[in-house]
Design a protein around this ligand. Structure first.
Ligand code: AMP
Ligand code: ZN
Length: 468
């Protein structure tokens, strides 16, 4: 089987997704900030990461997947206070909601889901290491900053240098009260307690405060995956400064390379702008459902575009996703009926869907993979409807279809496809008319059935009803 590969932001080249230790592919993805419902833009990133994991596992490689929970930062603190709740109560509520959405979207559960608040001691230890090595310094107010000039290769991930770094850093959430930094590009590892933080502070060697956002990902990825691990992922907005800073912190502290491969997916857009809470142009999974689309249709939309290209979110694309899934479900159902009690050889091959796996293995080309999937389905449907598929083969193809669906993370639980009584009666009358050679009446009845949303498919000695 072809070894999967992916585009690496750091080396700007395709890299094989094989585990460095020859056993387990260890990877870390930046998780949600739990201060409101995740929007479907966030889920684009999580779904793409999920498909990546499925493809690696589909290639027979074990994985260890870590995805953190950001449960302390400016936003979680601010919003919990606005609602008059403790940080814990507030973030637990949104974390539960996130998990419910993940389940509906059939996202595989990460092997470890560490929370920033639960890992403050390991973050403090790492900051101490950085201070001891001259890469960080404590300011008078009890905040600690990373000394960017101490890390020669700063900027290697985002390709930014000198002046650009300073300009960009200013645009990324540094506040004016961070006046005691040595340089404008230095960033906070530990933030001293401020009155607006309320009771949200933890003791440290520098006084009460809380960790800076970048620190949690360095500390927790190393804690669960080791100093050097296989891959680190997130949306493209995280390349700078978040991931650049994670590299600087981690490599300076350990003296070893951090993640080997950097995997970034492009944004979900709405009318040319990134879907984001601050722009107020977001949709949640519940909004999607209210319009009559299910979570699988959303997953379909997310994989219908290439992960390196921005994807425009439209209701039409959801509609198309829903009907593509309906066709797959119908095909699965047809195979099941044909297979009956027959069992084909249950092997581990992809069978007619080999080309689908190949497209996914080649830099996660999901749109190409979907094209190949439907080509294979089309060919098989034709054989199925011309009685050119034996029950044993149908059974085998069905198992292979299910394996292929697992790569995309599509669930095919056949929704009951039983037509309503009225439709079944009309179809029966049409069958009777046809066997009596009253073709005009048969056509009339077929049209009526079609108007009610069903298609009659004739088999050798009977008929079947499928949704239009
Ligand atoms: P956050 O909850 O803001 O920390 O973001 C969680 C993940 O969603 C990160 O990997 C972000 O890069 C990603 N993300 C945020 N907005 C979008 C978007 N519009 N499209 C795709 N991914 C996004
Ligand atoms: Zn992170």
């Amino acid at each position: 089987m072809k070894t999967p590969s992916i585009y690496d932001t750091l080396t700007r080249s395709l890299q094989p997704l094989s585990p460095a230790d020859g056993e387990t592919f260890r990877f870390y993805c930046c998780g949600p900030t739990v201060y409101g419902p995740a929007h479907v833009g966030n889920f684009r990133t999580f779904i793409i990461q999920d498909v990546l994991r499925r493809v690696i596992e589909g290639a027979g490689i074990a994985t260890k997947h870590v995805r953190n929970i950001t449960d302390v930062d400016d936003k979680t603190i601010r919003e919990s206070q606005t609602e008059g709740k403790s940080l814990k109560e507030f973030t637990t509520y949104w974390l539960d909601r996130f998990h419910t959405d993940c389940q509906a979207l059939n996202l595989l559960t990460p092997h470890v889901e560490p929370s920033a608040v639960a890992h403050i001691p390991s973050q403090i230890r790492m900051i101490e290491q950085l201070i001891a090595k001259g890469h960080a310094y404590a300011a008078e107010d009890g905040s600690v900053y990373y000394r960017v000039s101490s890390f020669d290769s700063y900027g290697k991930l985002s390709n930014l240098q000198g002046r650009e770094i300073t300009t960009c850093a200013h645009g990324h959430g540094h506040t004016d009260d961070e006046y005691d930094r040595e340089s404008a590009s230095d960033f906070a590892l530990w933030k001293a307690h401020k009155p607006e933080d309320g009771p949200n502070a933890w003791p440290s060697p520098w006084g009460d405060g809380r960790p800076g956002w970048h620190m949690e990902c360095s500390a927790m990825s190393i804690e669960y995956l080791g100093e050097t691990f296989d891959l680190h992922g997130g949306g493209v907005d995280l390349i700078f400064p978040h991931h650049e800073n994670e590299i600087a912190q981690s490599e300076a502290a350990t003296g070893k390379p951090f993640a080997r491969i950097w995997f970034h997916s492009a944004h979900l857009m709405v009318e040319g702008q990134k879907m984001s809470k601050s722009l107020g142009n977001l949709y949640t999974l519940d909004d999607i459902r209210e319009r009559g689309y299910d979570a699988m249709a959303l997953r379909y939309v997310m994989v219908s575009g290439n992960y390196r290209q921005p994807l425009n979110f439209t209701w039409d694309s959801l509609k198309a996703g829903q009907s593509a899934l309906r066709r797959l479900r119908q095909f699965d159902h047809d195979l099941m009926r044909l297979a009956g009690s027959a069992t084909g050889d249950a092997d581990n091959a992809w069978g007619p869907f080999e080309a689908v796996y190949d497209a996914l293995a080649e830099n996660l080309n999901t749109p190409d993979a979907l094209g190949r999937l439907f080509k294979a389905v089309h060919d098989l449907e034709r054989r199925l409807h011309t009685n050119d598929l034996a029950p044993e083969e149908a059974s085998r193809v069905r198992a292979q279809l299910h394996r292929t669906m697992d790569l995309f993370g599509f669930t095919l639980e056949s929704e009951p496809v039983e037509a309503p009584e009225e439709v079944r009666q009309l179809a029966q009358q049409r069958w009777d008319a046809k066997t009596a050679r009253d073709f005009a009446r048969a056509d009339e009845l077929r049209a009526k059935v079609s108007e009610l949303g069903w298609t009659i498919r004739d088999a050798k000695d009977g008929f079947e009803l499928v949704r239009n």
